[in-house]
Structure formats: structure tokens, C-alpha cells
Ligand binder design. Structure first.
Ligand SMILES: Nc1nc2c(ncn2[C@@H]2O[C@H](COP(=O)(O)OP(=O)(O)OP(=O)(O)O)[C@@H](O)[C@H]2O)c(=O)[nH]1
Ligand SMILES: [Mg+2]
Length: 197
């Protein structure tokens, strides 16, 4: 299975601009700079369909990409200190607005930086997704940046952090080496075929 076409569909800066949820949606969530846009490009084998930040905090809108059988939803990154309070509020209203609406949401790919322990906001997001019964997986990004020792240490640390969530798969992933990308794409195909109606 491969992706034949993926096109940029639209950007929403405010929750009331979000498009009606028709096709299954796969949302990408995580801190600013975690690699959401990079992972989307890698999954779609596209160099720059989703814009990559040169500095964190660049994706300030929800961006939709249409793959035909589903949509990828690039959510604004959270946790970036250098944006104004007003801008932070707009982002959180936007992301919360997305989750609060009824949407044909099949999976949240929750990105974390595998070089670091999950941030408090990441764990808060995981708790929210679990309480809302939204299927999710963790993409532990930038695995290419870890040497063997660091990787073993982080694998142990993440195992501990996710012990309370045995159903949540943690997938070491890299937009550079491509590690984990096939596993995530397979999961995306699977959740989209499994109709919710
Ligand atoms: N080495 C390495 N760098 C990565 C990886 N993923 C992303 N990056 C880099 O990390 C930076 C941020 O990547 P983005 O994809 O823009 O991150 P984002 O989560 O979309 O960020 P915002 O849009 O600000 O929320 C860029 O410089 C990427 O090239 C990865 O797996 N490995
Ligand atoms: Mg981005």
C-alpha cells in the first residue's frame, strides 16, 4: 500500500474555521519542534508538503492534508515559551476546539522527543486522550540522534513512564532515518479501514 496523492487542503487559525469532518482524520500532536511536520512529510514521502520550522513555534494554524482515504491534521505545537500570551491562548483554543468538536478522528500520533523524558504537557495530553477514549500512539522522534547507550536508557525511561498505559504503543521514530515510519503508516491504514459506523 502506498500514498498516491496527498494535497494540502487548508489551514485554520480559529476553531470556527475548521472544515467539516468527513473522511477519517489522523491528527499529529506534540510540542513545538517535536517533528510533526517532518514526520508528515516522511510518511507521505514528500520533501516539503508540510512546512518544517527553522525555528520552533512556526506551525500556528491547524493544517489539513488530504490523502483521499483520510486526512492528516498537523496541530499547532505546544510548549514554546517565546510566543506571546495572547498567541498561546489562540493556539490552545484552536487545538481544544479541534478536540471538542465531533470529528471522524481515528488516531492521534502523539510526538515526543526521544532524547528527553516526556514533558508534563505530553503526559497531560496522553491522559486527556485516554480519558476521551481517542486511540493514540507515541512517536518517539529523533531516534537518529541517540547513540546505543542513550537509546537503551530512554527505552527504559519511556517503558516506566508508559507502564500505566499498556495499550499505548511507543514507536522509536525518525524523520531522518525513516525508522518507525512504516509501522505508523500501517497503523494509519488499519484504523482508516476499520469503519466506526
Ligand atoms: N535529527 C532529526 N531531526 C528532526 C527529526 N524530526 C524533525 N527534526 C528537525 O526538528 C526541527 C523541527 O521539526 P518540525 O517538523 O518543524 O517540528 P514541528 O513539530 O512541526 O514544530 P512546530 O510546527 O513548531 O510545532 C526541524 O529542524 C527538523 O528538521 C528527526 O526525526 N530527526
Ligand atoms: Mg510544524
Amino acid at each position: 500500500m502506498g500514498i498516491e496523492t496527498a494535497v494540502f487542503e487548508m489551514s485554520a487559525g480559529l476553531a470556527d474555521q475548521l472544515p467539516v469532518s468527513t473522511v477519517p482524520e489522523i491528527a499529529f500532536s506534540g510540542r513545538s519542534n517535536a517533528g510533526k511536520s517532518s514526520l508528515i512529510n516522511r510518511l507521505l514521502s514528500r520533501k516539503s508538503l508540510a512546512r518544517i520550522s527553522s525555528a520552533p513555534g512556526k506551525t500556528a494554524t491547524i493544517n489539513f492534508y488530504n490523502l483521499g482515504f483520510c486526512r492528516f491534521v498537523d496541530l499547532p505545537g505546544y510548549g514554546y515559551a517565546k510566543v506571546s500570551k495572547a498567541e498561546k491562548l489562540r493556539w490552545s483554543d484552536l487545538a481544544e476546539g479541534y478536540f471538542r468538536q465531533w470529528r471522524n478522528l481515528r488516531l492521534v500520533v502523539q510526538l515526543m522527543d526521544f532524547r528527553h523524558a516526556p514533558a508534563a504537557a505530553d503526559l497531560q495530553m496522553i491522559r486527556y486522550l485516554r480519558d476521551a477514549e481517542i486511540p493514540c500512539l507515541v512517536a518517539a522522534m529523533k531516534s537518529d540522534k541517540l547513540n546505543k547507550t542513550a537509546r537503551t536508557a530512554q527505552e527504559t525511561a519511556y517503558k516506566g513512564q508508559f507502564a500505566p498505559y499498556p495499550d499505548i504503543q511507543v514507536i522509536p521514530c525518525s524523520a531522518v532515518s525513516g525508522e518507525g515510519v512504516d509501522v505508523i503508516m500501517k497503523k494509519i491504514f488499519a484504523v482508516c479501514q476499520n469503519k466506526m459506523k
